[in-house]
Design a protein around this ligand. Structure first.
Ligand SMILES: Cc1cc2nc3c(=O)[nH]c(=O)nc-3n(C[C@H](O)[C@H](O)[C@H](O)COP(=O)(O)OP(=O)(O)OC[C@H]3O[C@@H](n4cnc5c(N)ncnc54)[C@H](O)[C@@H]3O)c2cc1C
Length: 400
């Protein structure tokens, strides 16, 4: 095994959290080496930019912090030091403008991550950060050196401090595969198992329904009074409205074996108005064409009615009206973590002193591998950047 003594800081993982830690350290004049298992860094960040990357959110700060739920308290000091306003100013510093979308989400102009990542990596290289791609961290040697598999063979690194920013466990093909969990657990670090967050769920559609409607969007429906969009999939449901409720649904399934959501397929109609519309005589029309002409229910929404109502109930206007306002869909499992937007679970905050692992002094953690979760809307990236910044600053204090 090759031995590679170095005195700087090793940042393992070149996602947004690791790169932010590297930036803080390099700016303070510390030698930084970023190691990443993949042939290039920031792959998930780039993917996040593909469908319209939202980097943060413009809502009132208190409301913003509250989106981190039970972890809002522990994350607040990090977020206070890197608020959505700081984040936007930082993006502007890379020469990229931002804009606020109608939903309040903040996007870089062109909504893409690639120009931002390019500018950032250029700036990091200019400030002296060394990048080592295709370098996979494997854990520690018996005497505490970092084991890193490189194209030249295995290295044993002894940096002055280490930042682990290895991500969660979704979209493993982009680099973050969660393989760090047993490595940290074996060193006495308390790790909550990684579970899917912002994910879809499996339902028990009939074969006919799945074949006919998989991929169909349900625009403007509501669940528990929250309006949004979702998509029917071959195995169940996904989409922004489902992601927003996914933590609750996931936890209910874990506790009770299943979770039933009630879809309001016509959130802008009151039940009374629906009943009134459907009380008109149907004449010789089929129920489906009656629903389409009176209340514009057709296609996938009619399909959903057929999924939950038997023939007799489908022809009963009162039952149909009530079902349109609260159509039950039983969800029995989250989709696999690899398909999720993000993961929940990770290194528990109780295992940390700031961002340093109590069990491994000199080793710091940042990003999605920490035990927090948040909805989509820019909250994920903001906390990754903010925790990377916190880890960088904690390392500087440690080195001092
Ligand atoms: C489809 C999709 C869309 C998204 N859209 C958004 C969005 O619009 N807004 C938003 O806020 N968030 C979004 N996210 C989430 C966001 O991209 C992640 O939360 C964020 O990238 C996590 O940053 P990180 O630095 O913690 O980890 P990652 O970005 O996952 O980076 C971890 C890095 O560590 C490396 N690594 C892992 N293990 C090892 C090892 N053993 N040795 C060496 N290197 C290793 C990986 O190769 C990777 O480069 C999206 C995610 C997905 C999947």
């Amino acid at each position: 095994m090759e031995s590679n003594q170095q005195l700087g800081v090793a940042v393992i993982g070149g996602g947004p959290a690791g790169l932010m830690a590297a930036e803080v350290l390099a700016a303070a004049g510390v030698r930084v080496d970023v190691y990443d298992a993949m042939p290039s860094v920031g792959r998930k960040f780039l993917l996040a930019g593909r469908g319209g990357m939202n980097i943060t959110h413009s809502e009132a700060y208190e409301q913003f912090v509250a989106r981190y739920g039970s972890r809002a308290g522990v994350l607040r000091p990090m977020l206070d030091a890197f608020t959505p306003d700081h984040l936007r100013a930082w993006v502007h510093g890379l020469g990229i403008e931002t804009f606020v979308g109608t939903s309040g989400r903040v996007f870089p102009t062109e909504m893409k991550a690639a120009p931002m990542l390019r500018a950032w990596l250029h700036r990091l290289r200019e400030s002296g950060v060394h990048f080592h791609q295709r370098h996979r961290w494997l854990g520690w040697t018996a005497d505490g050196a970092l084991r890193v598999q490189s194209p030249q063979g295995e290295l044993a690194l002894r940096p002055a401090a280490t930042v682990l920013a290895l991500g969660g466990a979704s979209w493993a093909r982009l680099g973050s595969d969660g393989a760090w969990q047993p490595l940290l657990a074996a060193r006495g670090v308390d790790v909550a198992p990684l579970v899917p967050a912002n994910c879809g769920f499996d339902a028990s559609w009939s074969e006919h329904f799945a074949a006919k409607y998989a991929g169909q969007p349900l625009t403007t429906v509501a669940i528990n009074g929250r309006k949004g969009q979702m998509v029917i999939t071959a195995s169940g449901v996904e989409g922004s409205l489902i992601y927003a409720l996914s933590a609750q649904i996931r936890d209910r399934i874990a506790a009770e074996g299943s979770a039933t959501i009630e879809l309001d397929l016509l959130p802008d109609w009151s039940l009374a108005r629906l009943q009134e519309e459907l009380s008109h005589p149907r004449g010789s029309r089929s129920m489906s064409s009656f629903l389409q002409s009176r209340i514009h229910i057709k296609g996938v929404k009619t399909g959903l009615l057929h999924e939950v109502l038997d023939k007799e109930a489908f022809h009963d206007p009162l039952r149909v009206a009530a079902t349109l306002k609260a159509l039950p869909v039983r969800l029995h499992a989250p989709r696999p973590i690899d398909e999720a937007i993000s993961s929940a679970g990770g290194v528990r905050f109780e295992a940390l002193d700031g961002t340093m692992l109590k069990a491994l002094p000199g080793t710091f953690v940042a990003g999605e591998m920490l035990d927090w979760e948040a909805p989509t809307g820019g909250y994920l990236l903001t906390a990754c950047f903010a925790s990377g910044l916190a880890a960088g600053r904690d390392v500087l204090r440690y080195l001092a």
